[in-house]
Design a binder for this molecule. Sequence first.
Ligand code: ATP
Length: 349
Amino acid sequence: MSAPLLSVEGVSKRYGAVVALDEITLDVGAGEFFALLGPSGCGKTTLMRCIAGFEAPDAGRLTLRGENLAGVPPYRRPVNMMFQSYALFPHLDVFENIAFGLRRKGAREDAIRARVGELLEMTQLASFGARRINELSGGQRQRVALARALAPRPALLLLDEPLGALDRKLREETQFQLKEIQRKTQTGFVIVTHDQDEALAIADRIAVMRAGRLEQIASPIDIYEKPATRFVAGFVGETNFIEGVVARDGGAAFVTSFARLPREECALPEGARATLSIRPERIEISREGQGIAGRVEDYVFRGEYTLLRVRVAPDAVLRVGAYDGRFAIGDEVRLTIAPEAGVLFAEAA
Ligand code: ATP
């Protein structure tokens, strides 16, 4: 990667006894769409506020385009923030809301007209310039807030749960728009979200946080397919956690209460207790043949697939994604877990 746009090096922040950020280190590239993902209270907003300059870290360093940000006030940083509440000005029309930052910087009237016109176009609000904020839908307000934040051409845009107020259908549509606008403007975007699906859908890279610490930074595919920790595996997407013991006699295998599962790669020693994380859609299901015998106990219809709960032992139920065929409660099935499927975590992970 070329020189990063933003470098966060060993940043820590505490509030009394609470360690909100514990030595966070990460880079955001120029033109990158970066997501901070984690459960409530993990420190996402605190990190965002440190980047914006609303909070000062207790330790560590923030650098933007090579400039140390220590002591640089928020308004002097080439960073803008879009708040979840949008914080639009109700007494101004759409045009003036978007123009706000430019006017404050003393931009010339013709430059303001040109820039606001461009943004109205980009956010599909071209005919809404004269509308008042209270005459807009939720999705339109969200786009005004985005246009306003982009107007002064920040190098980095911080978005705190930007789609949180939208319903599911609109959220999906808006994810596409947000990605497209990010690509067009080539601005670094850092989005805060606690919605795993949103992070997977939208980001070039995701940082998963937990209790003030970084668990993993990787592409959405790697976060999903190669979670670095048990926490990441459980937090992002659905998974089965299967407890067992590693066997290494005659090829590596993972021995559980209900099966001996051959494993392709296994760095753990013979006898090690471990947990296999396996996604429901990576378990193959059929009605007959080889494999682990089980019985369908329950299912939920999810549209493109059906999520089955299959009992494979008195103490073990697996969640299995079935894309073809219909299954009924009580059906006898066979399950197969390929030797390369899933990720094995040492018990301590
Ligand atoms: P959410 O998704 O709920 O917004 P978050 O991941 O953004 O959560 P933060 O808001 O960064 O989490 O909070 C991290 C921790 O720091 C929490 O335990 C929170 O209670 C604490 N915290 C945040 N701001 C303050 C503050 N100003 N004073 C005291 N404690 C704070």
